[in-house]
Design a protein around this ligand. Structure first.
Ligand code: FE2
Ligand code: FE2
Ligand code: FE2
Length: 167
């Protein structure tokens, strides 16, 4: 692919991905304000943006087989754990940005678990096997992720068990 087109598609992929996420967040806000149709509008258009993002990502040749996708996921989570979040958290601390400090720390805790869950899945995928996986629970406050059962209290943010979403 010509390099200008590749750059453009990368930007389009990033922009559509962010719009997708932004609309899902806005849908939840509309829901909580008692506007279910606005929520529906945000969710439908969020899906359309996902379609656009997927098409751009495919055009970039970035959609591979699961075993390779898992490696990309492991690399991304590991980068966040080893470089990105420790650095961001340190800057937040230096600048006394308490909220940024808390949220970067919460993310850092979860990304460690994500990296190891993906690692286990990749080991199986290497021999064309699906991973053994029980119920996965995610804390809707901080993103702490755990397989098996939800704890009474989130070990990262202290949220109660009812704040865990089951997958
Ligand atoms: Fe779009
Ligand atoms: Fe993650
Ligand atoms: Fe939590």
């Amino acid at each position: 692919m010509r390099s200008m087109t590749e750059t453009n598609l990368n930007h389009a992929y990033a922009g559509e991905s962010m719009a997708h996420m932004r609309y899902l967040i806005y849908a939840n806000v509309a829901e909580s304000e008692g506007m279910p149709n606005v929520a529906k509008l945000f969710r439908s258009i969020a899906f359309a943006e996902q379609v656009h993002a997927t098409n751009h990502y495919r055009a970039l040749g970035s959609i591979k087989k699961t075993v390779q996708n898992l490696q990309v996921a492991i690399d991304g989570e590991t980068y966040e754990v080893e470089e990105m979040y420790p650095a961001y958290r340190a800057v937040a601390e230096l600048q006394n940005e308490r909220v940024a400090q808390r949220y970067t720390d919460w993310a850092l805790q979860a990304e460690k678990i994500h990296a190891s869950m993906y690692q286990k899945a990749k080991q199986e995928a290497e021999s064309d096997k699906d991973v053994e996986l029980g119920d996965v629970y995610v804390c809707e406050v901080c993103g702490y992720t755990v397989e098996g059962s939800a704890p009474d209290k989130c070990p990262v943010c202290g949220a109660p068990q009812r704040r865990f979403r089951q997958f």
